[in-house]
Design a protein around this ligand. Structure first.
Ligand SMILES: Cc1ncc(COP(=O)(O)O)c(C=O)c1O
Length: 400
């Protein structure tokens, strides 16, 4: 075997892999982990995942699946039982009318999103993406060869996105609009009227809408809404869903897409040449989640509302920090630009870096989400942990 030495020539990687960057969120998780391995007590506001355990009836279904030897390959896009459960849950909760052929199960919502973008976006196509955006949208579009056209929003208007704002960016090359409500990182929620107008405009202009609804059940406005209920516009829509946040199942990796059968069939073809089916055992657990009691979802949502109010009040109490009330998901997105120029910090990245290394609080800098003034604070943790982190932030920022 040839030993790897310093003289080993650099590997020529493909253009497409060089077009994308590692996820900013994953980078924070990795750095926080390193500190923890050194024995440092880090308060983690970085991770984008529920602090709840997966509900017992879902775990039981997975254990039963193993005992019953449901451990072989399944149909690439998931079992008929699972796709029916996905369609059923969505119909009950959002009054949609998808059929089994219009649903595919994938290894997480990110995987479903990746496949959808790969089958819709070609080289040179333009994709309209509201700012702030979840880190992976941009890189997944770039991997497909598309160009993101960023739609700036105004925090004073709650990061509102309207059809008129989007329409101003439309060109003959516009292929797709990505919506994400509730939004990671801002927690902003689009109103049903704004969502309807965007989808109507897109359909009229022959533009696709990918609606990432991974946080659709964590909407605190009281007006839970999926564009999937707009049946008349379904021909141009791809809905991305996930069990990760809804049922506290991030590690299980189960997401899905609902879309016209032709798109689902193309996504399934791609999946069939890459990962094949999501894990068989997880599919059984997912059926239990989707068809079982939904009280766990409501209970977790109620707790997130309390945590949100607690963290937003705590952040607002720190002099210099501004924080819009997030209406969904489990992130606060405070503006920390008042601290730029103090104590050698020039950017949100500097603040997040120093917060982690000096105050041992993990947050994610806004640059990765397209805004330079914010840091993302995940409040999916206990009140006690929020208090510990807020106290460290207050001391650290106060000393800048
Ligand atoms: C907006 C958004 N979409 C999709 C995902 C992907 O979730 P998963 O792949 O765990 O289903 C995430 C995860 O953080 C997210 O925040």
């Amino acid at each position: 075997m040839t030993p790897v030495t310093e003289a080993t020539p650099a590997v020529k990687l493909t253009d497409r892999i060089n077009r994308i960057e590692p996820s900013a969120t994953m980078a924070v998780v990795a750095e926080a982990d390193k500190l923890r391995q050194q024995g440092i007590d880090v308060v983690d506001f970085g991770a984008g995942e529920p602090h709840f355990a997966t509900p017992q009836h879902i775990k039981d279904a997975a254990i039963a699946a193993i005992q019953a030897n449901f451990t072989k390959y399944t149909a690439v896009g998931g079992t008929a039982e699972l796709r029916d459960a996905i369609v059923h849950r969505h119909a009950v909760d959002f009054d949609s009318d998808y059929r089994r052929e219009e649903a595919v199960a994938s290894t997480g919502g990110k995987h479903a999103l990746f496949n959808a973008i790969q089958v819709l976006v070609d080289h040179g196509d333009e994709v309209i993406l509201p700012v702030p955006y979840w880190v992976s949208f941009k890189d997944i579009v770039r991997y497909a060869g598309g160009n993101c056209v960023l739609l700036e929003t105004d925090e004073a208007q709650g990061f509102r996105v309207t059809a008129e704002m989007i329409e101003r960016l439309v060109t003959p090359r516009t292929k797709l609009i990505i919506l994400n409500s509730p939004c990671n990182p801002s927690g902003a929620v689009m109103s049903p009227d704004d969502l309807t107008e965007v989808v109507r405009m897109a359909t009229q202009r022959g533009i696709w809408v990918v609606s990432d609804e991974c946080y659709v059940y964590l909407n605190y406005t009281g007006k839970r809404f999926s564009v999937g209920s707009l049946r008349e516009y379904r021909d141009r829509m791809v809905i991305i869903g996930s069990l990760s946040k809804t049922y506290a199942m991030t590690g299980w990796r189960l997401g899905y897409a609902l879309a016209p059968a032709q798109i689902i069939s193309a996504m399934t073809k791609l999946q069939g040449q890459s990962t094949s089916n999501p894990t068989s055992i997880v599919q059984k657990a997912a059926v239990a989640a989707l068809k079982g009691p939904q009280q766990c979802v409501l209970d977790m949502r109620a707790e997130y509302i309390q945590l949100r109010d607690h963290v937003v009040n705590g952040l607002r109490a720190i002099p210099g920090v501004k924080c819009t009330l997030p209406e969904g998901a489990f992130y606060a997105y405070p503006d920390v630009s008042a601290f730029f120029g103090r104590g050698g910090v020039k950017s949100a990245s500097d603040i997040a870096g120093k917060l982690l290394r000096e105050a041992h609080v993990a947050t994610v800098p806004g640059e990765g989400f397209g805004t330079a003034e914010h840091i993302r604070v995940s409040y999916a943790t206990s009140i006690a942990e929020l208090n510990r982190g807020l106290e460290r932030m207050r001391k650290f920022l106060g000393a800048l």
